[in-house]
Design a protein around this ligand. Structure first.
Ligand code: GRG
Length: 295
């Protein structure tokens, strides 16, 4: 297994251990929602965003406990977005991460509540004293994640995505939508540790450019996988974009040009990291993984 994949597995295990701490099963009637929250988070998914947080933390010498809590909050918000995205009112998906989606495994109301609670409790994790000794930094992280996950970020992007199901979008509109829908959380994942470790403006700007590039690359490869991926490997139903005649990078650019665009963004991401020196090598590997990913 490549070093990068081992690091992803380690990020998954590290966050899972912390999720066990934050999401214990209560011995009361609310246990069902916690069961659904655990089902949607622990042991599921690549933990790519957590990997970015833990890796940038090492570059900037951020203490491990801070990084682990930030990564846990990040994966909780990500999991909430996937639970809600899979609901019948949105994408109506029955399979995610190789198993039934949360509303299929439990029921719609429980899935909505599990998503709501993951979003809410993520901010409890961020605001915890163990996340950072400086309350101002904790407030900064809370504000950043709220901004990037909310109307100006992921939720805003999801709204445009739903509107895009009813009208054709051009390349510029698709980029703007994906920059919000997929890119916003990757922006948090790429920069949160640096913010918590008081990185310089130059270092932060480099990470922001990197995040912009990998956000778009992530979505382009997602669109490509929807066309050429293997459903069992990806762990979800594929081929839906075409059936729903959705405007995607592939539908607008074609497969080859979409691949080329992702490669160009990969080069730009690499170049942006130059200012961080050799320490940024794992982030370059991560960008390369996005280009090559088949899941
Ligand atoms: C419902 C508010 C709300 C937002 C949903 C993120 C999102 C917005 C929808 C997901 C739709 C989608 C498939 C987007 C493509 C990029 C993406 C976020 C893929 C899933 O992320 P991975 O591949 O998933 O990191 P794992 O399972 O590995 O964590």
């Amino acid at each position: 297994m490549s070093n990068f994949k081992e690091q992803l597995k380690l990020a998954r295990a590290t966050v899972d251990q912390n999720l066990e701490k934050w999401l214990p099963l209560p011995d009361n009637l609310s246990a069902r929602v916690v069961e659904a929250m655990r089902y949607a988070t622990i042991g599921g998914g690549k933990a790519f965003r957590a990997f970015l947080i833990l890796t940038t933390a090492k570059i900037f010498d951020l203490p491990e406990q801070s990084a682990v809590n930030i990564a846990t909050a990040m994966e909780m918000v990500h999991a909430y977005s996937l639970i809600h995205d899979d609901l019948p009112a949105m994408d109506n998906d029955t399979m995610r991460r190789g198993k039934p989606t949360t509303h299929i495994q439990f029921d719609e109301a429980t899935a909505i509540l599990a998503g709501d609670a993951l979003l809410t409790n993520a901010f409890e994790v961020l605001a915890d004293e163990a996340t950072h000794p400086d309350g101002n930094v904790r407030a900064q992280l809370v504000k950043m994640l709220a901004h990037l996950a909310g109307k100006d970020g992921m939720v805003g992007g999801q709204m445009i995505d739903l509107i895009g199901e009813k009208q054709t979008l051009n390349l510029e509109q698709i980029e703007m939508l994906q920059d919000k829908k997929t890119g916003a959380l990757l922006m948090f994942a790429s920069t949160a540790s640096a913010v918590a470790a008081h990185a310089t403006e130059g270092q932060l700007n480099a990470l922001k450019t990197y995040a912009k590039c990998i956000g778009l690359m992530f979505q382009i490869t997602d669109d490509i996988l929807d066309v050429v991926g293997d459903s069992a490997t990806v762990g979800k139903t594929l081929g839906k974009d075409k059936i729903e005649t959705k405007s995607t990078f592939v539908s607008v650019l074609g497969l080859e040009n979409a691949r080329k665009k992702a490669e160009d963004l990969g080069t730009e991401a690499d170049q942006a990291l130059a200012i961080l020196g050799d320490n940024a090598a794992p982030l370059k590997e991560a960008a390369h993984f996005i280009l090559e990913r088949n899941y």
